[in-house]
Design a protein around this ligand. Structure first.
Ligand code: G6P
Length: 366
């Protein structure tokens, strides 16, 4: 039947709030990380894999960037992530024992589809599609597949497809890590537990909406914004900036916080809000000194800080408190308030949130 808006103003908002359900549906039967989750062929293929090559566009590319951190840290597999439209047209060196992973909400994006065929033409036989549409060209073309269960996504700016892709890619990293003897039974049990509690943790992040609406009124008056993150959360900063520019038309860019002093610091004034993703991870102290670099130039910081980071609000430093640190899965939680910030900023500016100008939901021609 027709997809209804229910109590929501836009499909994007509805889809943001559907994420606990979408993630729950994507991991229903996962009690253990078994290659069969990725199709029958994975049982033979996964033990042979020596590296990973990820190809995607847009938001799906950012889920791939996040996966690189997981695949290297958890599975110990060298991982490359490349924008599909670049890969398909350059001379690259194929590594036949790599697993080629295409990530796509639609499964029909022309550049990603062509990149998959290009990889196959170069001799890559181990191909996996992480996709939200079971009948799509990519699922039919790749040797293996993992379906995200986000359900139909209508808003042009992708939200629930992104977080379900992250879940799928985390499961991929854990599965390959287990096969390679790097994820023991204790670690597996802990990862499964964290995955199962993710819908509840996302609900807690969604409850921050009123505080984010207050921030969005400030953001709506700005023309530029900078997003900072480090490590696993750098791709989340990229995704936060992409969401804001897509639907609010505010110029936004993201930097790994350690790179601030190599350029973007020159742009920092009180006119440019600096959104900071601040999980309580091993890089927290480094991140705090990057925040200090912004403060010293009169920049306005808007920080999404885990409960236990001891980052407190003061003039020029605005803090929204996230739940406690969620370990390796933290990026999946931290993207949610960034989606809401972009959404409410766009609403405050009165843009066509579900159908931003010049953009298409699925780009099926080059
Ligand atoms: C378009 C959409 C984006 C999406 C990208 C890749 O640009 O507007 O939201 O991330 O395509 O789409 P895919 O279906 O391959 O994930």
């Amino acid at each position: 039947g027709a997809v209804e808006l229910g109590p929501f103003r836009h499909f994007m908002q509805k889809e943001i709030f559907e994420q606990p359900r979408a993630i729950g549906d994507t991991i229903p039967a996962i009690n253990t990380f078994d290659p069969s989750l990725f199709g029958d062929a994975a049982r033979d293929v996964f033990p042979k894999i020596e590296g990973v090559l990820i190809l995607a566009c847009g938001t799906s590319y950012y889920s791939g960037l996040c996966a690189k951190y997981w695949l290297e840290a958890i599975a110990g597999l060298p991982t490359q992530v490349e924008v599909a439209s670049e890969y398909r047209y350059r001379e690259s060196v194929p590594r036949p024992n790599d697993l080629v992973v295409v990530i796509s909400q639609s499964g029909e994006t022309a550049d990603t589809m062509s990149a998959l065929k290009h990889a196959q033409a170069l001799g890559h036989t181990h191909t996996l599609a992480v996709c939200n549409v079971a009948t799509s060209a990519m699922v039919r073309t790749a040797g293996m597949s993992f379906l995200t269960r986000a359900g139909t996504e209508i808003g042009v700016a992708s939200t629930k497809a992104f977080t379900t892709q992250l879940v799928a890619l985390f499961v991929l990293a854990a599965t390959l890590g287990k096969l390679r003897g790097r994820v023991d039974a204790d670690a597996e049990a802990q990862y499964v537990h964290q995955l199962r509690h993710l819908p509840a943790a996302i609900n807690a992040a969604l409850a921050l909406e009123p505080q984010i609406i207050a921030w969005s009124e400030e953001f709506a008056r700005k023309e530029n914004a900078l997003f900072l993150g480090r490590g696993l959360h750098y791709p989340i900063a990229l995704e936060g900036a992409l969401k804001l520019k897509e639907i609010s038309y505010i110029h936004a860019e993201a930097y790994p916080a350690g790179e601030l002093k190599h350029g973007p610091l020159a742009l920092v004034t009180e006119a440019m809000p600096v959104v900071t993703v601040a999980p309580n991870d091993a890089l927290l102290e480094k991140l705090k000194s990057n925040m200090q670099e912004v403060r010293a130039r009169g920049g306005q910081l808007y920080v999404f800080a885990d409960a236990d980071t001891h980052i407190e609000s003061e003039p020029g430093l605005h803090v929204i408190r996230m739940p406690e640190h969620y370990g390796a899965l933290s990026p999946i939680l931290h993207v949610v308030p960034l989606q809401l910030l972009a959404y409410h900023t766009a609403c405050a500016r009165g843009t066509d949130v579900d159908k931003p100008r010049n953009l298409a939901k699925s780009v099926t021609v080059e």
